[in-house]
Write a protein of this length. Structure first.
Length: 90
């Protein structure tokens, strides 16, 4: 069942292409983990992951809710990439 859910997420991910990020989905305990990776290999940044629950993936509105969640996570990931900002004390 978990691999079927991961396939459903992968089916959505192939609809998205970005010059800076790669996307991957894999089965995880209790759902599916989505990974966002920064394509340029010369930057030292972490990969961003988020988990989808089976009920989210099985919902009839999944393609639309997934898009919102992916975009929200991309926003969060970009913010986490800041190496300096006024809120961060170095």
């Amino acid at each position: 069942m978990s691999e079927l859910l991961a396939d459903k997420v992968r089916h959505q991910l192939v609809r998205y292409e970005h010059p800076l990020f790669d996307f991957e989905a894999r089965s995880a305990e209790g759902g599916v983990e989505v990974e966002i990776r920064y394509k340029p290999t010369n930057a030292e940044v972490h990969n961003y992951t988020f988990k989808l629950q089976p009920r989210e993936i099985e919902h009839s509105q999944f393609p639309w809710t997934f898009q919102k969640q992916l975009y929200d996570c991309l926003h969060d990931y970009i913010i986490e990439m800041f190496t300096r900002n006024p809120q961060r004390v170095n």
